[in-house]
Design a protein around this ligand. Structure first.
Ligand code: UD1
Length: 431
């Protein structure tokens, strides 16, 4: 068990470089299952979700290793020429939501698949009915039994798929399933997140023929095989957003590098209302906080380009130190407010009912012993610890490691006072 020990109210100054996007890398690693050649994914942070996907690909018969290259992080080399198995057992799938992304690629490559229901952060029910319905629309036989999804790809692999909701994961799964084949598949009402475009670009670099990602119609012309390539995933808009929110509260000309401002437009629009100062350039944003942050008003999470649900928790922290009231509405995941119980321990003033939160900003919040409840909720507690008076212990930080790599080192380099500490047994004894 590890925790973060944070001494709050230090200003953040200097530069921070944003890593490659977790939510791009996970489906891309799944996509490698279809590639009969070596793939080099450049500059891959060792997010624990990436390590979990590595184990799954190895289980299937792929060879996966990290190798140092010319970037800050190692490259991830994936060779799936010898993939023999078509099952993902429960003990591997339960640790990571993105295990479900292997369903489409395994089915595409092997014709059949047996994949356990996915695990991942506890933020709601997270069903996979849209994935299954989409596969069925393409003629697959899919049965779920005893916690496993059994699928037979059939021979068709052509036709139209209408998604009842623009699910990110379902769009990615169907794109990958349709890649190897001889016909055309069209996905109507797909998700339009930047990570979908990134997956398209990766697969096309391997020889796939996909167009339309980022729009409301994706067209996939099946190809016979995929070859290896080198690929550099886009930067992580959620990590960038998390640092920008830290900068709005505590920044002193803090520079967030390797960002794509367009990918964070919904956040930037809200931050501009708080009285923080931002200088937005092509690939970097300089941000300085204000001692009198104003409420950003209201956010309502939505599919891209709407406000990302993955930044909702962090906005609860920001709202807690902005003057006035803020309204936060979560539309995507029904249990994504678990961090609020922890923020209340830090003297935040938040009321929450039926997916709607009202946050009353306070002049000060105070450090406490709190527990990460999920990945992004955990990030909101780190932010709260940084801005709080006194010291904070954030426990259960394995959840934060799923999608932030060495966040404590990045914050320390900016002037934050945060340490990773070991907790033997009881979290109360950490300090
Ligand atoms: C992805 C992201 C996650 C982000 C989410 C929404 C990755 C690895 N994860 O998750 O960080 O929070 O997008 O932007 O990329 N739904 C169904 N049935 C399905 C699939 C989804 O009802 O078969 C519902 C979900 O419960 C949720 C909504 O659709 O309410 C969005 O889910 P989806 O877009 O699929 O999110 P994920 O792909 O799981």
């Amino acid at each position: 068990m590890e925790s973060f020990y944070i001494v709050g109210r230090k200003r953040l100054e200097g530069e921070v470089e944003i890593d490659c996007a977790k939510n791009s890398l996970l489906p891309i690693i799944a996509g490698c299952i279809m590639v009969k050649g070596e793939v080099c994914l450049e500059n891959v942070p060792k997010y624990s979700d990436v390590l979990a996907m590595k184990k799954i690909v190895e289980h299937l018969g792929g060879k996966v290793r990290f190798e140092s290259g010319r970037f800050t992080n190692d490259n991830l080399i994936i060779d799936c020429r010898d993939v023999v198995y078509s099952d993902v057992p429960n003990e591997l799938a339960c640790s990571v939501r993105s295990s479900i992304f292997t369903l489409g690629p395994i089915l595409s490559r092997k014709g059949i698949a047996k994949v356990a229901f996915p695990g991942g952060c506890d933020i709601g029910l997270r069903p996979v009915d849209i994935h299954i319905s989409a596969l069925k629309q393409l003629g697959c036989k899919v049965v779920d039994k005893n916690g496993y999804i059994y699928a037979d790809g059939g021979k068709r692999r052509e036709g139209d798929v209408m998604l009842s909701f623009s699910s990110v994961g379902a769009t990615e799964n169907i794109m990958m399933f349709a890649v190897l084949g001889s016909g055309q598949v069209r996905i109507f009402n797909p998700a339009r997140e930047p990570e979908i475009v990134d997956l398209q670009n990766f697969l096309n670099s391997c020889g796939a023929k996909i167009s339309g990602a980022g729009s409301n119609l994706i067209v996939i012309e099946g190809v016979k095989r995929l070859h290896g390539c080198s690929y550099h995933a886009i930067s992580d808009r959620i990590e960038a957003g998390t640092f920008l929110i830290a900068g709005a509260m505590l920044g002193k000309k803090m520079v967030v590098k390797n960002v794509k401002p367009k990918h964070n437009q919904a956040l930037l629009t809200k931050l501009s209302k708080t009285a923080c100062k931002m200088d937005v350039q092509d690939d970097r944003i300089t941000i300085s906080g204000s001692p009198h942050l104003q409420s950003f008003g209201e956010i309502e999470t939505a599919v891209y380009p709407g406000f990302p649900t993955d930044l909702q928790a962090q906005m609860c922290t920001l709202a807690s130190v902005c003057e006035g009231y803020s309204l936060i509405i979560e539309n995507l995941f029904e249990s994504r407010f678990k961090h609020i119980g922890e923020l209340l321990k830090m003297n935040c003033d938040i009321r929450c009912k039926n997916g709607v939160c009202i946050v009353k900003g306070k002049e000060k919040i105070y450090g406490a012993d709190v527990n990460a409840t999920d990945l992004r909720g955990g990030a909101s507690l780190v932010l709260a610890g940084l801005v709080a008076e006194g010291y904070t212990t954030v426990n259960n930080i394995g959840l934060i490691d799923r999608g932030y790599y060495k966040i404590e080192d990045k914050l320390t380099a900016l002037g934050g006072d945060i340490k990773r500490i070991k907790c033997e047994k009881k979290v109360d004894n950490c300090s």
